[in-house]
Design a protein around this ligand. Sequence first.
Ligand SMILES: N[C@@H](CCC[C@H](N)C(=O)O)C(=O)O
Length: 287
Amino acid sequence: MSGLGNRPYLKMNGIGNEIVVLDLTDGSHAVTPAEARAIAAREPFDQLMVLYPPQKAETDAFMRIFNTDGSQSGACGNGTRCVSWYFMPVAGKDRLLLQTPTSLVESRRAGQGFTVDMGPPEFEWQQIPLARDAGDTKAIDFSFGPVDAPIIQAPSVVNMGNPHAVFWVDSDPADYDLGTIGPQIEHDPLFPERVNISLAEVRSRDHIVLRVWERGAGLTRACGSAACATAVAAVRLGKTERKVRITLPGGDLLIEWRESDGHVLMTGAVELEHEGRFTADWFADAA
Ligand SMILES: N[C@@H](CCC[C@H](N)C(=O)O)C(=O)O
């Protein structure tokens, strides 16, 4: 019998990235992957953000992030902004320090939205991770499509607390069939923990258009950690400045790869769509 029956939750979005926020800081239950999938079947989400009691003295909560398929991620920028909208008033703070299984993320209010410090990126092939050394992580030895005429190739790979492959394209990313391309690359053996796939078109030194196939969630209208990974990769390749506007199907994010400490900051809006309450029948098959 699931301990989630009759629990309240929030359905939100971060510029169109569909998020469910669940507060379990009373420590009364631990969500399983099967329960996450059961929730997604009734209240569709890209990510389920679950708050638990803090595990470190200086943090405000421990946060687990579930994708639609029940897999877990170490980072979710849009979801962290949604959590901030809910939890800052609960905690009586305008700054939160949240721990995930892979990262510490700090969130602060910023106008009508929030700025999340996603921490520093990682670039070593073992940190992405890749199954083997595939060369310079600014442009690895990987291509998709016919050998003599690849559709996309030479992605930049970055870990933002989760793994990302950013492919640079010369036209609108919407011109590509990412719904077909995405799952094939997501499950490629080069990526032992799978990977989030971005198609990025650089429009100017401070503007990129992005479309994302998310690991464990599929095509989403926005992905914050992908926007961070793309901005960092663009700077590494000399394509943009360190402050860049990323336009996704759901809206814009402002990203800065801060020179002073190498941290990546993301600023954007959030929206509350509705409040809901689980019922026990949602979890009848989630044993
Ligand atoms: N949409 C999120 C990313 C969520 C996790 C990703 N699908 C993964 O599995 O790494 C974001 O806004 O960062």
